[in-house]
Write a protein that binds this ligand. Sequence first.
Ligand code: GLU
Length: 282
Amino acid sequence: MTFTTRFAPSPTGPLHLGHAYSALLAHDMAHAANGRFLLRIEDTDTSRARPHWEVQIYDDLRWLGLPWETPVLRQSEHLARYAATLDRLADDGLIYPCSCRRSDIRAALSAPQEGAPGPAIYPGTCRGRPISSRRPGDALRLNMRAALDRIPTPLTFHDSGPIHPGEHRVTADQLLTRTGDPVLGRKEIETPSYVLAAVIDDAGQEITHVIRGADLFETTALQVLLQKLINLPTPEYHHHRLIRDETGKRLAKRDDARAIAKYRADGASPADIRAMVGLKAP
Ligand code: GLU
């Protein structure tokens, strides 16, 4: 299979040095393998995605010298595809509507709970609700226990990156205690969560290598579970180091000071950006 990777930004703010590193690394690895580099716009979070950020993404990537294939997959144009998967999961009894607000979840979690203390996961308040009771404003959650009844565990995936190299095993216990019942469909009817849309599109675009920041490593267990549930292949993963500021904090969208646009305005060249993130000239 042809080495195929993607850069999949969400147009919710300016691209910063961390994004530049991720896009350049993915591009360079595809180039070295005689493979394909795709760009995907993950704009299903309608409350945060903005057209002007998307325009800025194209502009910054062009300036960095990254060629990508067209047409670009814009997730907002494929909502029916994600909805069909949610319908299938609902028909299989694997998802349920959830009306809990963050404050409800916090309150439920602060009440004494059975079992060992673990990370704060959804306490399952709405788990018994049938899908037919979904009202506008309800999210859709995966019933993790029901999902785990359908597929053999442990799940496995391979990471070729420097931070978590090697074969990884994901156990049922890990998914129950660390992931819980994740949201797969947002409150807005017909919009999928990032985890689900990314899994569907990675398979649809025949992505062989998912190259992305180590901040998404923890999400991989859930994504591999979803691949198994909806019968999609698991790609190779490569989680790379994060670009941090001088205090050691990883860069976030609000770090406008490190936006590529800011460096451009200050007269930096694409070669300067490569050097700043520790990549060699192409
Ligand atoms: N859209 C995600 C983000 O901007 C990246 C998803 C991925 O690479 O899997 O953080």
